[in-house]
Design a binder for this molecule. Sequence first.
Ligand SMILES: NC(=O)c1ccc[n+]([C@@H]2O[C@H](COP(=O)([O-])OP(=O)(O)OC[C@H]3O[C@@H](n4cnc5c(N)ncnc54)[C@H](O)[C@@H]3O)[C@@H](O)[C@H]2O)c1
Length: 437
Amino acid sequence: MSEQLEPVGVIGVGWVGLVTAACFAELGHQVIARDIVPEKVEALSRGEITIHEPGLEELLQRNAERIAFTTEMDELLAGARLLFVCVDTPPTYSGDADLSRVRAVVEELREDGDHVLIMKSTVPAGTGESIRRDKPNLSYVSCPEFLKEGTAVKDFMHPDRVVIGADPGDEGAAEAVEALYKPLGGEILRADVASAEMIKLASNAFLATKISFINEIANVCEEVGADVGQVAEGMGLDERIGPKFLKAGIGWGGSCFGKDTIALKKLAGNSGYHFQLLSAVIDVNELQKRRVVQKLKKHLDSLAGRRVALLGLAFKPDTDDMRDAASLVLAARLEGEGAEVVAYDPVAAERAATLLDSVEMATSAMEALEGADAAVLVTEWPEFAELDWVAAAERMARPVLVDGRNFLDPQKLVKAGFEYEGIGRTALDAPRTASAS
Ligand SMILES: NC(=O)c1ccc[n+]([C@@H]2O[C@H](COP(=O)([O-])OP(=O)(O)OC[C@H]3O[C@@H](n4cnc5c(N)ncnc54)[C@H](O)[C@@H]3O)[C@@H](O)[C@H]2O)c1
């Protein structure tokens, strides 16, 4: 069966590229994946996984025979016609997306009328058009990626939708991409390239808006004595609103929301339009992380000389990705207030240690809490719900806890002896189950 399937090329094997490579191999395709970091290619070729992503290691092992990793573009071009570009597009100093890695890839491609460049990297609307201008004989398809770290394999294999953007002249290429995704069964939406590019940016901006919105509602709830969990549940039952992404907390993070919302704001600005709503969405997120410091001060007065434990460092559970994690801002702010910061994360500690060199890394939650004057739950790792909070309260110098994800049962924590602070709820509020993200 695999002989009849079209081979797939992947350029850039980070979170998106590695998942793309593993999943197409799982579907029976021969995959050739290229990265410019030799150590990464060598590790992957030896069967060592480079990121923490549930289910990915098994998938790579099971399909090892079908995936080849290389640093050589020529090998990739010889091995596959359909080339997924999955390189990173971080922000530049101006906040615009840095397309230098995308450009480097395009430079290396031959306009042989055969290869199809399929853009999975998140790029500003207009990128496809400018690549087409530079390489008029290259077939170009926009195929933005919507996977979520932590559930990336499942998201890839069971997509809500697959967006395929192509302009007139590239219908054949778009058909070929559609054929790759057909077996997955998600809705396939065909669009023009600029619209496909905008769908990705608008989707991330909308999700970020939903989170900032519920965070502002949470802050108002704190003023008026309402419980944001109950409010979100009541809102989410309205089918026009829906329950997802209405989970109040200390703000979004990760590799995409921050850079993509800013990139969209800049894209709008560069075109002469001031995207006011998005500016507020970004500001709210920044302030939300900083509110933790005020919450701690409410209990401890000054933070100078206090030992504060961060529970969780990754930007969300089930990943070791530290890009734009709330913990980075929090650690810096706490240290700025004179606190001593100790932290624990079950999988991200190693990656985090390279970014947070003044933070003491503990090997367990209990070790982090030992002698601490306060704790902040930053990432909702399931093991924190299972922790013996009575023992934790006894081991802390002062059992103050800011539950940055409204993850724990406030009543249980109070009973264990904690001074509990949630986001938009009081210690007396019962936990709610409705919100999801
Ligand atoms: N991570 C996510 O959850 C996610 C989800 C949807 C979309 N995206 C988008 O997908 C893109 C990739 O994101 P990521 O998180 O996988 O990034 P990443 O940083 O994890 O991986 C990018 C990889 O590309 C490699 N690379 C850079 N230049 C290269 C080149 N010229 N040739 C070959 N390889 C090269 C890098 O070495 C790295 O391994 C970004 O545009 C991102 O916005 C990411």
